[in-house]
Design a protein around this ligand. Structure first.
Ligand code: DGL
Length: 297
């Protein structure tokens, strides 16, 4: 069962406040989460790792995604981050437990925060989920929603609007990833593909949709256009909210704005397109991204 949080009692020390928040993604997409993080927690420093050499994760097996994710998270842990956010939905769906086993610091995935937000938002109980094939097929979102409903509010106070009659409609939208990277946010081809992918969700009359992939916030306008009365849940933003709550609980928020670079970006392969896509996803200049070779490959 998903459990996207891990507490660590011995973290509350004053030196920890200045440590960075580690953000992991399979590639460039997690920068949409960093964009939210920098807006919501402007004092915090971020160390980002994008596994650009091995992206996409969305069509790989659980064992592979788990092994890759743990290796990348170890890189962040070596840099003494105080919290790890797994921005990648596929990794959150398939590798959370493995990451929690190796991490001495709290780990926040996107699945539970987004599932909770969807349950808070929905009035009708008809909730849509879109993501990569691996995320949708894992059933992680579906299982987490069910789990929250079963033990309503035991772990955290989730104010749920809907009664037990929750209906979940999940659709894989793999083509959204290249369209978002291509910058085709308003392209007619994207609109056509969105209509095709989102038709079952429209027919099911959902009132809430989880954007269960790092890239989908870049296509918010077209998705909202196809599903005009549906509340969209940005899974990365919800995860940042949970990380914020953990920093608060443990008293380890950064006290002042860092004089260092705000986002230190590491990637496992530097393609020519990376920087322009990264800066578009991030919404501000990144400056540089450092290529690193991971030990095990
Ligand atoms: N970052 C992945 C996710 O959020 C999308 C890209 C990939 O398939 O690796 O699921």
């Amino acid at each position: 069962m998903q459990n996207d949080r891990k507490s660590s009692s011995n973290l509350a020390s004053s030196t920890i406040t200045s440590q960075a928040i580690g953000v992991f993604d399979s590639g460039v997409g997690g920068l949409t989460t960093v964009r939210k993080l920098v807006n919501m927690l402007p004092n915090e420093r971020v160390i980002y790792f994008g596994d650009t050499a091995r992206v996409p994760y969305g069509n790989k097996t659980a064992a592979t995604v788990s092994a890759y994710t743990c290796e990348c998270v170890e890189f962040l842990l070596e840099r003494e981050v105080k919290v790890v956010i797994i921005a990648c939905n596929t990794a959150s769906a398939l590798a959370m437990e493995a990451v929690q086993r190796i991490s001495p610091v709290p780990v926040v995935g996107v699945i539970t925060p987004a599932a909770e937000a969807a349950l808070r938002s929905s009035r009708s109980g008809r909730i849509g989920i879109i993501g990569t094939r691996a995320t949708v097929q894992s059933g992680a979102y579906q299982a987490t929603i069910k789990n929250i409903l079963e033990k309503q509010g035991l772990e955290r106070d989730v104010e749920i609007n809907v009664e037990i009659n929750v209906e979940i409609i999940a659709e894989a939208c793999p083509l959204f990833v290249p369209f978002a990277e291509e910058g085709w946010h308003y392209h007619p081809a994207t609109r056509l593909v969105a209509e095709e992918y989102l038709a079952p969700l429209k027919i099911a009359n959902i009132d809430t949709l989880i954007l269960g992939c790092t890239h989908y916030p870049m296509l918010t306008d077209v998705i909202q256009d196809v599903l005009p009365n549906v509340r969209l849940i940005n899974s990365g933003e919800e995860a940042v909210g949970v990380a914020d709550a953990i920093l608060h609980e443990q008293g380890i928020h950064a006290q002042e704005r860092s004089l260092h670079r705000i986002v230190d970006c590491y990637i496992s392969d530097k393609s020519t397109a990376f920087m322009s896509v990264a800066e578009r996803f991030l919404g501000f200049p990144l400056g540089m991204a450092q290529e690193v070779r991971l030990k095990k490959w």
